[in-house]
Ligand binder design. Structure first.
Ligand code: SF4
Length: 410
């Protein structure tokens, strides 16, 4: 297939595909799907071999958010039955992180619900970062605290944070349909602040919110232009009670095409399968490892994932290997830059000028394990337009780990 040969060549050269090529990946038939996976898998192996990076989420503060992101269980007015608690203490967070690290994770993602941190919150998180770093040599720490004010990214960097996650989530054109309390531009600004402070930027998307193929391509091209080091791809978890509860639009095949498209557009970025992996890919999860080089181990922010051991078994059974703490995740050119696909400009890409495509899926303000959002006491931002009924059989609210007395799943 000429399209796939072209995309492989471009991916290996870090050259941006055309929009029509990216759209064509999303439009491939089921008969072509394994060829698409094999082609994107060649690009994945070029930059990341057969390694799978494991990341572990610690939800520092759950629920009670004043923002109205329609995909999120932690949003204003949510009546979803999620765990609600305020800031974990540094030793509590460190204990939760230790479980993930013992399970094989090399990055800990510290996420807090809310519009953005106060300076006092940055102090709290700085203490937590230090506690985790002091107890675990070589661990990477990513913070995901929402919109950043001037100087906060620098303070997190000084405290030892390696990365900052803030997802674009969806295209600029549809952003106002998903959230009204902040803007797409606000999100772009925070990714840029993180990058400018020397943090490795992590920024991604949520698929399955009723967007078009063009919207998906728009947000992935916008990410490529921002050039984050990591790109979490979330598949909407339609929590019962949220405005998007009936948005069951995704199939495993659709998820694989989306991951392949992201790999072709951001070939050398850490592409992470974030929230919704188990719910939407289901038995096709192992195929997705040929496309993404990173996953979350265990549970998400407000929902439960499959058992951590099942994640490890899946990686081994599919012929991949867990990336070790001493291994560098990013390709040499990107790791050296610490935060940018700087090669893009040199390779004549149309959108890849400066600074990269990165992000990590977060639940609080990002995607991983989006909390269930509830449409209570306010107009739903977006009515469910398709899909069937809420699927409580597929979506389990997190009841263990951080914020509970039960052991974490790792
Ligand atoms: S995604 Fe973040 S900002 Fe939006 S409602 Fe959820 S916790 Fe709040």
């Amino acid at each position: 297939m000429d399209l796939l040969n072209t995309l492989v060549d471009k991916g290996i050269r870090r050259e941006l595909p055309t929009r029509d090529e990216a759209l064509a990946v999303l439009a491939t038939s089921d008969d072509e799907l394994l060829d698409v996976v094999a082609a994107a898998g060649r690009v994945r192996r070029q930059w990341f071999g057969r390694r799978v990076k494991l990341n572990y989420l610690v939800n520092l503060k759950s629920g009670l958010c004043p923002e109205d992101c329609s995909y999120c269980s932690q949003r204003l007015g949510s009546e979803a039955g999620i765990l609600k608690y305020t800031w974990l203490k540094p030793d509590q967070a460190s204990q939760a992180a230790a479980a993930g690290l013992a399970g094989g994770a090399k990055r800990v993602c510290l996420v807090a619900s809310g519009r953005g941190p106060t300076d006092r919150d940055v102090d709290r998180v700085s203490d937590t970062i230090k506690a985790i770093k002091d107890g675990n040599e070589g661990v990477e720490v990513c913070a995901c605290l929402g919109l950043l004010s001037d100087g906060q990214a620098e303070r997190l960097r000084e405290a030892g944070a390696d990365a900052y996650n803030h997802n674009l989530n969806t295209s600029e054109a549809t952003y106002g349909d998903i959230t009204t309390t902040h803007t797409y531009a606000d999100r772009v600004d925070t990714v840029r602040k993180a990058h400018a402070a020397g943090l490795s930027a992590c920024s991604g998307l949520i698929a399955g919110m009723g967007e078009s193929d063009e919207d998906l391509v728009d947000v992935v091209y916008a990410l490529r232009e921002l050039d984050p080091d990591s790109v979490p791809v979330n598949f909407l978890i339609p929590f019962e009670g949220t405005p998007l509860a009936k948005e069951w639009n995704l199939t495993p095949q659709r998820c694989l095409r989306i991951l392949a498209m992201v790999r072709f557009v951001c070939p050398d970025a850490e592409v992470r399968i974030a929230g919704g992996r188990e719910v939407h890919l289901r038995t096709m999860q192992p195929l997705a490892l040929h496309l993404a080089n990173s996953i979350f181990l265990g549970d998400y922010l407000t929902s439960e994932g499959q058992a951590g051991k099942a994640d490890l078994d899946m990686i081994a059974d599919a012929g991949f290997e867990v990336e070790g703490a001493g291994e560098v995740t990013l390709p040499e050119h990107r790791a050296a830059a610490h935060g940018g696909c700087h090669g893009h400009a040199e390779t004549g890409t149309e959108a890849g000028g400066g600074s990269g495509c990165g992000g990590h899926g977060g639940g609080g303000c990002g995607p991983c394990g989006q909390g269930a959002g509830e449409a209570v006491a306010q107009e739903p931002v977006r009515e469910a337009s398709r899909g069937s009924e809420a699927r409580t059989d597929l979506v389990a609210v997190r009841r263990r780990g951080a914020g509970t007395d039960l052991a974490p799943n790792a």
